[in-house]
Design a protein around this ligand. Structure first.
Ligand SMILES: Nc1ncnc2c1ncn2[C@@H]1O[C@H](COP(=O)(O)OP(=O)(O)OP(=O)(O)O)[C@@H](O)[C@H]1O
Ligand SMILES: [Mg+2]
Length: 470
């Protein structure tokens, strides 16, 4: 138990031919919570690396047989890239500088100052953890899932992908809700394209874009002279979409009288043109979308309840992008490939700093804003990786208001991010999250309590615009 706790701070290999120095170092590090192995010379040190797999190596420079510099080179040439800190007598700083050039992380002069030692080791361990975290983020990109043009690796999107084949196969009405730019129209399109109606028309009508008389005529059609300024009979979208799908965008804006007429159509597949007597029939699947919570609108009496139930046979709710941070990188890579290939540029990805900004930002405009940000960056990019400077400045500015900004951020912020993101992935199960994070359930719960009771950090709230004097 104690051993595994020590392992959590990291494993350090200490190599020094001077037994006293070696023991003093090992003791100080063990007290600091590290797991330590020692070796009396570089050969023995190399022998310990494969089994002990140190996170960090601390080596003396001047040693008989193989010196510290040679030891460092051997480590590197055998694929060991952990940070190496060299210790040296004050008089031999020149060799220490050579060691830095050859890839040592830092050097400490003897006699060692234990406070400095512990600070340098802790810093290198933090860096290592960040480095591994960035590697994990990149690996996660590889496991992104998709459905047609839809991309996403978050649990929320995977659930959507899971139900889409069945939804597409059925004729049931679908209601898609979500903030602007979350992908409602793209989902509607994907449903149609994967449905047996794929070869039939897919028509769209935006219910907030037209005044009532025009909207009514667009939907149901009109007889000759029934609509001022539009002589002759006209077919409405319902008739034009026969056999296919009609996408009714921003359905909450549909005026009450038209809600009644649409309800009749959904129940009986029957309607009349504006100004007409003849009852027409059309086989049309309806997919509706709304930025508003339509259930709430119906409860408050602002939308017909019966129509809500008829539209809501299948409901798909798209969470805002800030609530599914694990989709950000998958989407960013998707858009990078898309725009780079359109521009004929060969870009392989994002720099670490750019990735950090993308994940730190809260994306009020959701996927649409992310897509525009990447399109902007691709235009500016000189490659091979998009840099933070090439992203729109707004993405960088607002990063300061978000939860995590890796370089220079505190470990407690990173821990907070890791806990919250893992909870998102486990859909709130603290037990699963604790298992994944290698923490006790009590610690996770305690941290959550702390986050909830923490006073709001002023510097993280959006800027308040001061009132100008009259
Ligand atoms: N999961 C996704 N995968 C790939 N692209 C996506 C995804 N979600 C959204 N997009 C893209 O983001 C942009 C905005 O999506 P869309 O127009 O479907 O959003 P919306 O919810 O209908 O927005 P609004 O409410 O403003 O009409 C589109 O260019 C769309 O292709
Ligand atoms: Mg839309």
């Amino acid at each position: 138990m104690l051993q595994s706790f020590k392992d959590m701070r990291g494993r350090v290999l200490v190599v020094d031919d001077d037994a006293d120095a070696r023991d003093a170092l090992a003791e100080a590090l063990r007290e600091g919570g590290y797991s330590v192995e020692t070796a009396a010379d570089a050969f023995k040190g190399l022998g310990k690396v494969p089994d002990f797999t140190p996170d960090l190596v601390l080596t003396d420079l001047k040693m008989p047989g193989m010196d510290g510099l040679e030891f460092l080179r051997k480590l590197r040439s055998t694929g060991n890239d952990q940070p190496v800190i060299v210790t040296t007598a004050f008089a031999d700083v020149e060799t220490a500088v050579t060691a830095l050039k050859e890839g040592a992380a830092d050097y400490l002069t003897k006699p060692l100052d234990l406070t400095e030692l512990s600070a340098v080791v802790a810093r290198e361990m933090d860096r290592l953890r960040l480095h591994r975290e960035a590697g994990l983020l990149r690996a996660r990109l590889a496991e992104c899932y998709s459905f047609g043009n839809l991309v996403g690796s978050s649990p929320a999107m995977q659930n959507v992908f899971k139900v889409l084949p069945q939804v597409a196969a059925s004729k049931a009405s679908v209601l898609i809700t979500g903030e602007p730019g979350t992908g409602k129209e793209l989902i509607a399109t994907a449903i149609h394209q994967h449905s047996p109606r794929a070869k039939e028309p897919f028509l769209k009508l935006h219910c907030a874009a037209l005044a009532e008389p025009l909207l009514e005529s667009e939907l149901f059609g009109h007889e000759s002279d029934a609509l001022a300024g539009s002589p002759g009979r006209r077919e409405g979208r319902l008739q034009q979409a026969a056999g296919g799908t009609l996408f009714l965008d921003e359905i909450s804006a549909l005026p009450p009288a038209l809600q009644v007429r649409l309800r009749r159509f959904l129940q009986e597949h029957a309607f009349e043109r504006v100004g007409g007597e003849e009852t027409l029939h059309a086989d049309v699947r309806v997919i509706a979308a709304s930025d508003h919570n339509l259930h709430e609108e119906a409860t408050q009496g602002r939308f017909r309840k019966d129509l809500f139930y008829l539209l809501n046979v299948v409901s798909i709710d798209l969470p805002p992008l800030r609530a599914r941070p694990s989709d950000i990188l998958a989407l960013a890579m998707h858009f990078l490939r898309k725009y780079a290939s359109e521009d004929g540029k060969s870009l392989e990805g994002f720099s670490d700093e750019a990735l950090e900004r993308l994940t730190a930002y809260v994306w009020p405009g959701n996927v649409r804003e992310l897509e525009n940000a990447v399109a902007h960056a691709v235009v500016l990019a000189s490659g091979p990786r998009v840099t933070a400077m090439e992203l729109p400045p707004s993405v960088g500015l607002a990063a300061a208001t978000a939860d995590i900004h890796i370089p220079g951020s505190k470990m407690e912020d990173i821990e907070r991010y890791a806990i919250l993101a893992t909870l998102e992935a486990t859909r709130g199960s603290t037990t699963r999250a604790a298992e994944i994070l290698g923490m006790s359930v009590r610690t996770v719960q305690y941290r959550l309590q702390q986050y909830h009771s923490a006073p709001k950090d002023e510097s993280r709230s959006p800027a308040v615009i001061p009132k100008l004097p009259d």
